[in-house]
Design a protein. Structure first.
Length: 324
């Protein structure tokens, strides 16, 4: 069931990508606003309660509906529900339009448009970023987006499907990632865009920001290393593993670091250094060739080969489970 659910969700998402303005995205943000405004009181215990509600309620509803459909309606409807959940949590089209737009702009020689699109994608202030640095940023952001929107969800769903909790894995992974982003940006957005009265609704305590960050780091620890291993297997294995062992510490987040360091070795491209969003004392680029537009095709090929590898593995495990 896991293989068919993942495969169908990917196919449907490619044909009909989910709009950023979809009502589920709006509902999730509304839910986050309600939880933070009613539960987040500033203490560590309240922060954990707020995070647990923010992530646990949607995950609990997802698995409850899955079990009700499986036991009282039929496994077919449970599969349909799983496909629907994966459709809203997993997919390339949730970010690939950014990659395509910047790539096309660089191919056309319009670096100013490429900088503008990159700034809009990552909400960064970019002035005169050199061409190779634009490429480097795009590679890094695309690889991390592929992990968070595809491989991390894929792995979390497949792993928990073994014990019948696949929907929980997908939902918890995506909402945990959302909660990290939301708690890091909501206060800044509110102070810039809302009135003083409305600002109280969006206030986020430092405790909740810390809890969301810690929880996301723990949840993403294993999926990040599974993604890095997949890239190593589908790329230059020896160089990818060498990058993982010796260069992942050059990035501010160790989970992202193992993915980017493995990617750098897998396709022989310099990553990190000047392209890092955060200042890392003494940081430098990983070994490899300077970033070029030709690396975009290598990134796309690496990602799709890894998707196929994981799909084949899940299919084999599903077949073994049926035959066993």
């Amino acid at each position: 069931m896991s293989f068919f659910s993942i495969f169908l969700a990917l196919v449907i998402e490619q044909a009909r990508p989910m709009s950023p303005s979809h009502f589920l995205h709006k509902w999730l943000r509304t839910w986050a606003e309600w939880v933070t405004s009613h539960v987040d009181g500033g203490s560590r215990s309240q922060a954990w309660l707020a995070w647990s509600l923010l992530v646990g309620v949607p995950a609990g509803l997802a698995v409850l509906i899955h079990w009700l459909l499986a036991f009282f309606v039929g496994w077919f409807f449970a599969v349909v529900w799983n496909v629907a959940l994966l459709y809203v949590t997993l997919g390339f089209r949730q970010f690939s339009h950014h990659f395509t737009g910047i790539r096309d702009a660089l191919n056309d020689g319009d670096e100013q448009l490429a900088r503008k699109l990159l700034a809009e994608w990552q909400q960064l202030e970019i002035n005169e970023l050199p061409r190779n640095e634009i490429v480097r940023h795009v590679i890094e952001h695309s690889i991390l987006s592929a992990h968070r929107h595809v491989f991390g969800v894929f792995f979390s769903y497949a792993l928990l499907s073994v014990i019948g909790l696949g929907p929980v894995g997908a939902v918890v992974y995506r909402i945990a990632e959302f909660s990290k982003r939301y708690t890091a940006t909501a206060a800044n957005l509110s102070s810039n865009a809302l009135s003083n009265d409305a600002h109280q609704l969006y206030w986020i305590s430092d405790a909740l920001k810390s809890v969301a960050n810690d929880a996301w780091h723990a949840i993403d620890w294993l999926p990040a290393r599974a993604t890095a291993m997949g890239f190593a297997i589908m790329g230059s294995f020896e160089d990818a593993m060498d990058g993982w062992r010796h260069h992942s510490e050059k990035f501010p987040d160790d989970n992202d670091g193992v993915i980017l360091a493995a990617t750098s070795g897998a396709i022989n491209v310099q990553l990190g250094g000047a392209a890092l969003q955060a200042d890392v004392p003494g940081s430098s680029s990983t070994p490899g060739r300077p970033p070029e537009i030709s690396h975009f095709a290598q990134v796309v090929g690496l990602v799709w080969r890894t998707v196929i590898m994981w799909l084949v593995l899940v299919a084999l495990l599903s077949l073994a489970n049926l035959l066993g």
